[in-house]
Design a protein around this ligand. Structure first.
Ligand code: SAM
Length: 247
């Protein structure tokens, strides 16, 4: 399916009712990121810019990295996508590892990091990372990437904790489960021409395999339960939460 030719249909975008999709989705999140030009969406070259609420959320990732990263650390970015954050991470860290399961995203990331000697890209699934325990000082999962991981969110958090060194940090930025975010998501995915946009109460899905979940604070704490950690959860912008767990 090419996204350029998909017909736009929106299912009840402005109601709060819980809708379920009886049919099994044909496409997965991986299919979505292997065909959708996420880079163009973030840079606003694809049918205009995202709603301001989401733009602020995207931009804060970079600002956060810039002001909080300490030099001389080994950093992991889980779901690095087209490599948006990697040049900044490269400047501020000793070694940067970006993992992603999408060939398209990794090939775009490769263009961005081609000349950055301290960055490695690996094709890997976040829920079963092939790293030794305690390999990184910082493990990041930014830009609501954890919200793109249906049914494996807990496993991914546990994996991030496992591969992070004692004294290090796990940092996650994620959409908050509010009506304002939900409406901004609808507006954004509608703008991008995604098909059959629907909401199950906490996550939006589309026929292209896209899935984007919002979380409340209790759900975020719950993700860490098995690890015994209690992360600090703050709202660093209207659209989302910043979750920081000290390992
Ligand atoms: C919202 S994009 C974020 C990209 C990047 N972090 C950024 O800030 O621009 C989410 C990325 O996570 C990747 N992804 C989703 N599920 C994954 C999984 N289970 N394992 C590895 N990568 C995954 C997708 O391929 C996609 O590139």
């Amino acid at each position: 399916m090419t996204l350029a030719t998909t017909k736009l249909t929106i299912t009840a975008p402005f109601t709060t009712s819980v809708q379920s999709s009886p049919e099994t989705p044909l496409l997965t999140v991986k299919d979505f990121y292997n065909s959708f030009n996420f880079r163009e969406m973030v840079h606003g070259n694809l049918k205009g810019k995202p709603p301001i609420l989401l733009q602020q959320f995207f931009e804060l990732d970079l600002k956060y990295i810039h002001t909080n990263l300490e030099a001389n650390k080994e950093v992991l970015e889980v779901g690095c996508g087209f490599g948006r954050l990697l040049p900044e991470l490269s400047k501020l860290s000793r070694n940067v590892t970006g993992i992603d399961f999408s060939d398209l995203q990794l090939s775009q990331a490769q263009e961005i990091v081609a000349n950055l000697k301290n960055v490695q890209l690996l094709k890997m699934r976040a829920e079963s990372m092939a790293f030794r325990s305690e390999s990184f000082a910082l493990s990041l999962c930014m830009n609501c990437t954890l919200g793109n991981m249906p049914n494996i969110e807990k496993t991914v958090v546990e994996e991030m904790v496992r591969v992070t060194k004692s004294g290090g940090k796990v940092i996650i930025r994620i959409f908050a489960d509010t009506e304002a975010v939900r409406l901004a998501q609808y507006e954004n995915y509608n703008r991008l021409g995604l098909t059959n946009i629907r909401d199950n109460g906490s996550a939006i899905t589309t026929d292209e395999g896209f899935y984007s979940r919002r979380f409340n604070k209790t759900e975020l704490q719950e993700l860490f339960k098995k690890t015994g950690l209690t992360p600090t959860i703050t709202s660093d912008c209207e659209a989302g939460y910043l979750v920081v767990a000290n390992i």
